[in-house]
Write a protein that binds this ligand. Structure first.
Ligand SMILES: O=c1ccn([C@@H]2O[C@H](COP(=O)(O)O)[C@@H](O)[C@H]2O)c(=O)[nH]1
Length: 273
């Protein structure tokens, strides 16, 4: 999916919501366990209930890989079920020496046909560029993550002119790819830093996890993070998919997604430049 299609979807739906499919077999309603593929059944119902309100789905690979081959089958069925016009993110946080990254890229872009994959920048340029060789596909590079541990390395000063490590990741990687192919992960819990990051990367989309369960504030993310195309994809996983653990889980997820979409539409009215 290209930038124009992504921006068009955001405009048409007045939403920049990503539903995180962090589907934990231990948390799904018990009545689904009798199904042949309970994880896919859960995802299918969540997708049916939320697709009107969101522009992206983000399965986190850990939840599928933990179930072995069966988990990967559930993932494949899920990806095939997501409507083509909705952006898909493999939250895999990969990155390795070049020939290995190339095979990660083939796995996510060719085998599973995701639109994008999250990539860890730690191993440098030759670990990231193999993911950039797939036309129409996106790399989402970890920059300033939402967790407490982001302070351990990402905010260390790494150059004589005082540049922080996550700033260096952004400034350096922007030379490797255009904003039509490169996004950054910026945690919603880091909203006090988002204005300065937006100045540094005006055109790039940001994938923003961390609202809801992690306590990030949607309004301050939007106030300082919007660009002319909105430029944000805001994820919520647990807050939507586990809104209710009864047989009404999908309705509850749809309601939660609709509430977030409404909030996003008002924030677009209020803060879009
Ligand atoms: O900095 C990051 C990068 C990725 N994530 C992932 O996003 C979701 C968040 O889930 P919630 O339930 O909405 O908290 C999850 O898959 C994380 O691995 C992140 O939280 N922060």
């Amino acid at each position: 999916m290209n930038r124009k299609e992504l921006a068009g979807q955001i405009r048409d739906k007045e939403s920049f919501l990503c539903v995180g499919l962090d589907t934990d077999i231990k948390k799904i309603p018990v009545h689904l366990l009798k199904e042949k593929d309970p994880v896919f059944e859960f995802n299918r119902r969540i997708i049916d209930a939320t697709e009107k309100y969101c522009i992206a789905y983000k399965p986190n690979l850990a939840f599928y890989e933990a179930l072995g081959p069966q988990g990967l089958e559930s993932l494949q069925r899920t990806i095939e079920y997501i409507p083509d016009h909705i952006f898909t993110i493999a939250d895999a946080k990969r990155g390795d020496i070049g020939n290995t990254s190339k095979l990660y890229a083939r796995a996510f872009f060719e085998y599973f046909n995701f639109d994008s994959v999250t990539v860890a920048p730690y191993m440098g340029e030759d670990s990231v560029t193999p993911f950039l060789e797939f036309p129409g596909k996106w790399v989402i590079l970890l920059a300033l993550t939402s967790n407490q541990g982001s302070q351990d390395f990402q905010t260390l000063t790494c150059s004589m002119d005082g540049e922080l490590l996550y700033e260096h990741v952004i400034s350096t990687s922007r030379r490797w790819a255009s904003p039509d192919q490169l996004m950054f992960v910026i945690g919603a819990t880091q909203s006090h830093k988002i204005q300065i990051i937006r100045e540094q990367a005006q055109e790039n989309f940001f994938l923003v996890p961390g609202i809801g369960a992690q306590g990030g504030d949607l309004e301050s993310v939007c106030q300082h993070g919007f660009n002319k195309d909105v430029g944000l994809i805001v994820n919520s996983s647990r807050g939507i998919i586990y809104a209710d653990d009864s047989t009404n889980f999908a309705e509850a997820a749809g309601k939660k997604a609709a509430e977030l979409q409404q909030e996003m539409a008002s924030l677009m009215d209020k803060y879009l430049p």
